[in-house]
Design a protein around this ligand. Sequence first.
Ligand SMILES: *Cc1c(COP(=O)(O)O)cnc(C)c1O
Length: 396
Amino acid sequence: MSETIDMANRYLFNTYKRHPICLKRGKGCVVWDEEGREYLDFVGGIAVCALGHGNPVLAQVMFEQAKELVHVSNLFYTRPQAELARLLVENSFGDKVFFCNSGAEANEAAIKLCRKYSNEKYGPGRHTIISMFNSFHGRTMATLSATGQDKIKQGYEPLLEGFRFVPFNDLEALGELLDETVCGIIIEPIQGEGGVVPAKAEYLRKVREICTQRDILLIFDEVQVGMGRTGRLFAYEHYGVEPDILTLAKAIANGLPMGAMIAKGFLADAFGPGSHASTFGGTPLICKVALAQLKLLLSEGFLEGVREKGEYFQRALERLKQDYKIIKEVRGKGLILGMELTIPGTDIVDGCRERGLLINCTQERVLRFLPPLIVSRKEINHGVEILKEVLKKEKG
Ligand SMILES: *Cc1c(COP(=O)(O)O)cnc(C)c1O
């Protein structure tokens, strides 16, 4: 094993199950390890590096802004933050933005806003948030409490009160939990960590109706699927259903840590001065990078290209399904694709890495593909070729 890996194992908490390689450099959709081995990166920093590695435009923006101003705190106004908020609002359902540093923090903000709004309007006691089984909303205590997966909650009890869970895409089950204590419903339009499981359109439409009727706030967690991943800037656009609150992070600044919450204007008063804050949230440096990234995502033909490449990739994976019985289902939208297997996926993931393709596996059996959005058809072909070889070898 390499010196770096030994060092990391000695000095870092062992909180991650890591691949036994140490990555050093990247360009576009390719990364290289310390030994100079090359890998096609279809993990993309877990849906973070939308514009790939070593993007020259973003690097230049980072460099220029770093010389100009990195951070001053939210005691002051800065232009990049205002401009980024404006561009997000102009291209979404929302009116107001709050910046933070991660997906979990964006969801924390959403949970707090839900409770605050409800508390101010209806008084105490209306604080329940309904979440879905198999959802993932983060690892802080509140977002862990909001997450519908027991395995990552064990040992951290007592969790935060006020979360209830229902099966995803099950309207009847949801109906049974609705009572006067409910102030919010949090949903990933496509469950990412849950195994790339899309919401049904009819389900989201009905949930929206219920929320509107009962003044329950609908939160869409688009931390993983927002910012162009599905071939639309936001995944909710595919459904024609708007949330009251949207959370973003992962791809928003191509790898610099940032989270954001976008909400409708009627929620503005619930988050007044002193109600919520973040020291690092929305620094000029990160906002400038996010702004450049967002402009590129919105540039002519970019998202259309993501949709086309996504369909191309999905068809290629569907074709593999005809030849390999261990493939149960292929699903996803744009460039978040999942391949559910009938067996655990670890050997396939390892086999791909050994042949120069990085992918990951969620829920034990779902291979997940999250290439940078700038991936080429040639790279998709190459990735599918490697996967095919591994499937052939593993399960002949
Ligand atoms: C990754 C993720 C989070 C948590 O984001 P962090 O930046 O790791 O805190 C929350 N929700 C979803 C849907 C995610 O995919």
